[in-house]
Design a protein around this ligand. Structure first.
Ligand code: F6P
Length: 338
């Protein structure tokens, strides 16, 4: 374990991640588990930075269980996380976007972890934002390590959630339920340093993020809401909105956490077998915990995301999250009972 305070390259005295976790009195097994996530993410960050030089770009011939083509970097990231997490004695089970079923770890491990090893895969080959999203729960004593029921816990039960964003700098945004904090990787020392403490998302916003090309598949109410955002000052909202879309949830949510906004991936009627796109366990739930800990709001179209009772490992949910007042306005438009 690293010592608590370091001088960063800018010559400032800063708190590193592990000192911060000690300050939050996070228990040692969870800190050790996080160390595995961090070590894997530093390896992933290195390969992302090297790009074509590391020979990691492009697609494999395979599809994951979601029917999505796997990129080489998806597979590499999944393997790195899996190897390091399974070597950690505190991990009882793993669920990954890239694994069909639960992977059993140490039968006496205290925690289980769900992750999307590399969110925003379509950005890999264009040098765009991508990231690792993770969600950690306490293992349930009476359930076998390889039983998917380990993961049928509501988002409110998460012991820790976060993402590592591989952008121009590598950032870790994390919560253990005591606020949402951001750490920047000082690549010269291999250390994540605290760069934003207790982030607060502004309650109002003039920025929205949604894949507009899907609008013909949304409900009429959702179309009405977005239409009024687009009408700006000339419509009933009476103010202009700007649109931003990274096509990587991790990048879009990071923008919302950094300066406010509303991010939406609504349900749609394209494919009856897949009424929504984003996955509850390793996308919606961890992001919802981070957003709520930063004073924002995260719902599907009917209820708070963190209250949803998971039914399946790879289940999908609609997501509406971000600045509190704007999320509430959206929910009113679509008739959700708050
Ligand atoms: O779930 C993966 C993901 O890449 C998200 O990160 C992102 O928000 C979404 O899919 C983008 O998908 P599409 O381009 O189909 O809207």
């Amino acid at each position: 374990m690293q010592s608590g305070f370091v001088f960063c390259t800018a010559g400032k005295f800063m708190i590193n991640l592990f000192q911060h976790l000690r300050d939050e009195t996070v228990e040692a097994p969870l800190v050790q588990l996080l160390e595995s996530v961090i070590n894997a993410s530093k390896e992933i960050a290195f390969r992302v930075r090297q790009g074509a030089l590391a020979g990691v770009l492009g697609s494999t011939q395979d599809e994951n269980i979601q029917g999505e083509t796997q990129k080489h970097l998806d597979v590499i990231s999944n393997q790195l996380l899996k190897d390091l997490l399974l070597a950690c004695p505190h991990v009882r089970a793993i669920a990954s976007e890239e694994e069909d079923t639960v992977v059993a770890g140490n039968t006496t491990g205290e925690f289980i972890i769900a992750f999307d090893p590399l969110d925003g895969s379509s950005n890999i080959d264009i040098n765009g934002q991508i990231g690792t999203i993770f969600s950690i729960y306490r293992a349930q004593q009476n359930i076998a390590a390889n039983d998917e029921a380990q993961f049928h816990q509501q988002g409110t039960q998460q012991a820790c959630a976060g993402y590592v964003l591989y952008g121009p700098s590598t950032l870790l945004v994390i919560t253990t339920g005591k606020g949402t904090h951001a750490f920047t990787l000082d690549a010269t020392q291999g250390t994540f340093l605290l760069t934003a403490k207790n982030i607060q998302i502004p309650v109002d916003t003039k920025e929205f993020a949604i894949n507009m090309s899907n609008q013909r598949f949304w409900s009429e109410n959702m179309r009405g809401y977005i239409n009024d955002l687009v009408l700006g000052e000339s419509g009933q909202r009476g103010k202009n909105f700007n649109m931003r879309w990274n096509a990587a949830m991790v990048g879009d949510v990071h923008r919302v956490i950094s300066r406010g906004g509303i991010f939406l991936y609504p349900s749609d009627n394209r494919n009856p077998k897949q009424p929504a796109k984003l996955r509850l366990l390793y996308e919606a739930n961890p992001m919802a915990l981070l957003i709520e800990n930063a004073g924002g709001k995260a719902w599907n179209e009917h209820q708070r995301i963190l209250d949803i009772q998971p039914q399946a490992l790879h289940e999908r949910v609609a997501v509406i999250l971000g600045s509190e007042n704007e999320v509430e306005t959206c929910l009113k438009y679509i008739g959700a009972k708050q």
